[in-house]
Design a protein around this ligand. Sequence first.
Ligand code: 5GP
Ligand code: ZN
Length: 113
Amino acid sequence: MDCIFCKTVDKEIETQVIFENEQVLAFEDINPQAPTHLLVIPKKHIPNIQEMDMDDKQQLLPEIFRAIQHIAEEQDLDKGYRVVTNCKDNGGQTVNHLHFHLLGGRHMQWPPG
Ligand code: 5GP
Ligand code: ZN
C-alpha cells in the first residue's frame, strides 16, 4: 500500500515527530498553515473518519484526543487551537490516512473555506 502517512509511521519518510506512543503519532505538517500545524494520526491505517470501526471509535479515538490534549499543553496552546479532520473529496481530504490537523499560534477565522 502506497500511503505516505504509513511510511511516516514506519520512519521511511523523514518528519519532525512531536509525540509518539503505541497507537498515535504526531508530526509537523510539511506545509504549515499556522505557527503550530501538527498532524495527529493513528498508526493503524484507517482511510478517514467515516471508516472507523467500533473498536476504532471506542478505543483509538479517545487515544487520539488524549494525545491532542497533551500536545496542546506541551506546545503552550493555552490561548486556544483548532482541530480539523477533512473527510473525502468534499471535505478537502488529500491524504487518505485518517489525520487530525492541530492548528494554533494565531487567531483562526470562521467560516473555513
Ligand atoms: P488533508 O488535505 O488530507 O486534510 O491534509 C493533508 C496534509 O498533509 C496537508 O496539510 C499536507 O500539507 C500534509 N502533507 C502531505 N504530504 C506530507 C508529507 O509527506 N509529510 C508531512 N509531514 N505532511 C504532509
Ligand atoms: Zn496509511
